[in-house]
Ligand binder design. Structure first.
Ligand code: PMP
Length: 360
């Protein structure tokens, strides 16, 4: 008999756990992990390649531990008069969130969010020995202010996590909700704006609230709108003291010289990389209307995906689509499925496959 987990001193709460992740399958139409479907142009590929070559010349040295130049570029990109000292960066916003819970969570501390929400949050809590508590979202996936305030008063969380737009529902939160939460939260409030650039007009970013709420942090990523998921770069804007707390828990040299150089090259090309966002937003809105025209329910979305349903056997629908070469995500509340917004051709393939599966 080979080695099993039972032979290892694996932490008891990790027994029976599966590594997180959507299936990575080799199918023609990938609409399952909310990527931007458009690869960089050859001109940007060349720019990135020369940045890598430049970084390669000093790979014998450790990279800038503070990633200072990159943080300056990110601050300039974010605007709102932010400086590099108010910006943090890590390998994806997943790592930014882990840093937040390492610094502000821990044994006998509570992290609070509102379900359904991003399924990695409870994992950061588990890994940092933080108690994970969820309040609830309303039927339309918004958060009721009174419920949120009551949950915070009851549980006194050291971290509140608010995804806006939320994954998997696509729901953006009004700033009035974020303000009400910041008014009562005893600890740090994190607004996860991974999909911020996809918001519909009239739902502003929580970045504008930073000057008023020193314990507010707004996290972003280059993985989605920026079409840079493979580059692994997430970042956060907050008071410089919050950032200093994250610097304590990060691993030394956590951002490789190559990551820093490639992310800076991508930021130099922000306009071109972000150019398809408007088009994706239009296609998202069309997808919502099309799903509703079939008699399905589709949640209003401010992100680059749509949660829709409801199906008595959602797995059968997911499998039917996969059998037709279209991979979407089986996630969210029972009966719902989530489709990421792809190219026009990919969405046409999705529509054709779904109509076949539903026999309509
Ligand atoms: N936050 C939310 C709400 C997400 O959906 C995701 C990715 N699915 C992330 C954070 C993490 O993204 P990344 O680590 O690629 O920045």
């Amino acid at each position: 008999m080979g080695l099993t987990f039972d032979d290892l001193p694996l932490r008891p709460e990790l027994r029976g756990e599966e590594p997180y992740g959507a299936p990575q399958l080799d199918v023609p139409v990938l609409l399952n992990v909310n990527e931007n479907p458009y690869p960089p142009s050859e001109r940007i590929v060349a720019d990135i390649a020369s940045a890598v070559a430049e970084a390669a010349r000093s790979l014998n040295r450790y990279p800038d531990r503070e990633a200072w130049a990159l943080r300056q570029d990110l601050a300039a990109y974010l605007g709102h008069d932010l400086t590099a000292a108010q910006v943090w960066a890590a390998n994806g916003s997943n790592e930014v969130m882990l840093h937040l819970l390492l610094a502000f969570g821990g044994p006998s501390r509570v992290a609070l969010s509102f379900a359904p929400t991003y399924s990695m949050y409870p994992e950061y809590a588990r890994d940092t020995l933080t108690t994970w508590i969820t309040g609830r979202r309303a039927d339309d996936f918004t958060i009721d202010v009174e419920h949120a305030v009551a949950q915070i008063k009851q549980h006194a969380p050291s971290v509140v996590l608010l995804a806006s737009p939320n994954n998997p529902t696509g729901t953006a939160l009004p700033l009035s909700l974020v303000e009400a939460v910041c008014d009562v939260a005893p600890g740090v409030v994190v607004v996860d704006e991974a999909y911020g650039e996809f918001r519909r007009d009239g739902t502003p970013s929580a970045l504008s609230l930073l000057p008023r709420f020193p314990k507010l942090a707004v996290s972003r990523t280059m993985s989605k709108a920026f079409a840079f998921a493979g580059g692994r770069l997430g970042y956060l804007a907050a008071d410089s003291v919050v950032v200093d707390a994250l610097r304590i828990v990060r691993l030394p040299y956590h951002l490789s010289a190559v990551t820093q150089a490639v992310a800076r090259a991508a930021l130099r090309n922000a306009d071109e990389l972000l150019a398809r966002v408007a088009e994706l937003r239009v296609r998202r809105d069309e997808t919502v209307l099309w799903l509703r025209s079939l008699g399905l329910v589709a949640a209003d979305s401010d992100a680059n995906f749509v949660l829709f349903g409801t199906f008595p056997d959602r797995h059968a629908v997911w499998q039917g689509l996969l059998d037709r070469g279209v991979l979407i995500r089986e996630t969210g509340p029972d009966g719902w499925l989530r489709v990421s917004i792809g190219t026009a051709d990919e969405m046409a393939a999705f529509r054709a496959a779904l109509q076949e599966v539903l026999g309509s």
